[in-house]
Design a protein around this ligand. Sequence first.
Ligand code: SF4
Length: 458
Amino acid sequence: MFDEIHEECGVFGAYRLPQASLITYYGLHTLQHRGQEASGIAVMDQGKISIQKGKGLTIDLFTKESLKKLKGETAVGHVRYSTAGGQENANIQPIVARGLKEQVAVVHNGQIVNEKELRVELEKEGCIFQGTSDSEIILHNIQKEKGSLYERVKKTAAKLVGAFSLIVMGEDELIAVRDQKGLRPLSFSKMEDGYVIASETCALDILGLYEHTEILPGEIVRFYKGIVSRERYALPSFQYMCAMEYIYFARPDSDIESINVHAFRKETGRLLAKNDWIEADLVVGVPDSSLSAAIGYAECAGIELEQGLVKNRFVTRTFIQPTQALRDRGVRMKLSPIKDVIEGKRVVMIDDSIVRGTTSRRIVRLLKEAGAKEVHVRIASPIITSPCFYGVDTSTKEELIGARMSEEQIKDYIEADSLKFMSVEELKEAAGHVGLCTACFDGAYCTPLFSYQEKLEN
Ligand code: SF4
């Protein structure tokens, strides 16, 4: 429906905190940009887990009364945008195992690329799966290993290949793990006598917690009986933080690997402008994720920055789109140009990425309909040419305009007067000390792809 890429999920954990479910609710609400399809909270109380989860936004799903029923001082929560696992209810997280000896809940952000191999192995050993998500594979594997919950999570993490930021909840215990390449972010902060863990630091900041500790790639952190211990379950590797987290997914007020997301995006805009000699009257960012890059571009190019587009933030995936007939009559729901700003102007339009090209074309048309004399499109990322198998919903090459067309052809397709992308080198320059995964731009995947290799080749 939309020409956009989507993050798979956001995770949150609260440890030894009165009102753990309420704190988790606030955390999930702050992470809602990472997934709007489903939401869930599981709480541990004296070895027993209570859970509420379902389709929809966190604010629609939970009430004061329902949160009160989720009693306990340790909680995990999840917001979901389904990718590999599909939209079935059984895939909504947290996923819980209730055994005779213990109850365990898991929340997961990312995608495991050796899931098929692990699933086959587990099925041979008699595991029965309720859903199709890789998170359930993780939980089953934790259950089948030997030792304490911590030892089993550690052994499981060592078997997983791909992207994962995980939180596992046991009795008076939370275990947080990040994949060896550090593809997805995960941080924690101390809060009163307990701790909170979140996919993004913005969910810690809203609790007044500005001191964050980033969980390292290949690290497992245990919150147990009030004590925090940290250990590596995998050898340190070169880091491959998902470049799209900086470019598009994360909130601008989050820090990833000590780099503020807004500052990163501003820098991409500045780098785009550095070797650009376009004559224009205005710089307009496509809201919301391109606004920071637009500021950087305008500052560096010395061109006035204006708000030329307004976004309706309430158009989600379940929104009933206007029919073609209404669209032909000019009905548009998601973005609107400000005619007074645009009319008669040569506009530099800054966007974060081009996936299928249809959105960019629509926005260029909107600006021209509003009277723009010229529209020069500048993209604050390189051309996307390869699918992602690490938890982002671009699973085939055919979907990607950059895999089928040259830059010149894309320019013609989106009806722009000119078009420029960043180079992969410039993107890496913006990231400074942080190693980036840039596989969707250059096809350099940081892990073996297992069964996904076929998808890539077909
Ligand atoms: S392939 Fe692209 S979207 Fe996927 S993890 Fe790497 S940078 Fe992120």
